[in-house]
Design a protein around this ligand. Structure first.
Ligand code: AMP
Length: 237
């Protein structure tokens, strides 16, 4: 049983790294942002509650987030463990988490703000299967279309200059203190998020004392991982 938390500023690759860990180690990926996006896209009641807050790049209220995370974890579909990304994002969420669950490690993906801007503003997402693209580093073969399923590529509603500025401010004000709290109570590793994804994953593995990527579970090679699929079970909360 392995329980990890992945923390990092927007665009640091939390979702990508969490998906690689989850797929390779056969643990469940829980991405709070993806759960909310699913609800917005599917026009659920919860989606209507969080849509405006998300689009502005602000944080959803703690009570709501905690109940979503609690409900998701209580599904107990994680026989071999879980990796959670995008949570906790402030001190109260961290305390809720520390009271309820034992963690093996917290992975902090470190990325300078100027690199965050560069990455986030070039980010696109498949509207159908959720695969990420980056117009600089990972362009689709056909412009505006997903290589995996042909779906239309869209910009996340919160990937704008204004929303990004709000999110960066929030991150430094609220999430940095979470790292300080975790450092006192948990095993925290900080990893440079600037290299390409497989190299970052390699460093995470080494820091956590895990076998190199692709030598455990199903993941032989580096095939693309559809992030949304790993959160499907969680969708209706
Ligand atoms: P992410 O995909 O992790 O960047 O999350 C997208 C958006 O979902 C955030 O900008 C917030 O509006 C909301 N969100 C995700 N996780 C949390 C959280 N732990 N606390 C509050 N809001 C969250």
């Amino acid at each position: 049983m392995r329980k990890y938390v992945l923390m990092g500023v927007q665009g640091s690759g939390k979702g990508t790294q969490a998906a690689m860990l989850a797929h390779d180690l056969d643990i469940t990926q829980i991405s709070v942002g993806e759960i909310f996006r699913w609800h917005v896209q599917n026009h659920t009641k919860l989606g209507a509650q969080v849509r405006r807050v998300m689009a502005a790049g602000e944080l959803v209220g703690d009570d709501l987030v905690e109940s979503v995370v609690h409900t998701r974890i209580e599904e107990h579909d994680w026989n071999f463990g879980f990796v959670i990304d995008g949570f906790p994002r402030n001190r109260r969420q961290a305390e809720f988490f520390l009271e309820s669950y034992d963690l093996d490690a917290v992975v902090h993906l470190d990325l300078p703000d100027d690199e965050v801007r560069r990455r986030v503003l070039a980010r696109r997402l498949c509207s159908v299967c959720g695969v990420d693209y980056n117009l600089m580093a990972h362009r689709p073969a056909v412009e505006g279309r997903c290589d995996v399923c042909g779906g239309a590529l869209v910009t996340r509603e919160d990937d704008t200059e204004e929303a990004l500025t709000a999110r960066l401010r929030d991150y430094h004000d609220k999430t940095d203190p979470v790292l300080d709290l975790f450092r006192r109570k948990e095993f925290v590793v900080t990893v440079d998020a600037r290299p390409e994804p497989t190299e970052v994953q390699g460093t995470i593995r080494a820091e956590l004392g895990l076998p190199p990527y692709g030598q455990t579970g199903e993941a032989q090679g580096t095939r693309r991982i559809t992030r949304r699929a790993s959160n499907d079970a969680s969708a209706p909360v």
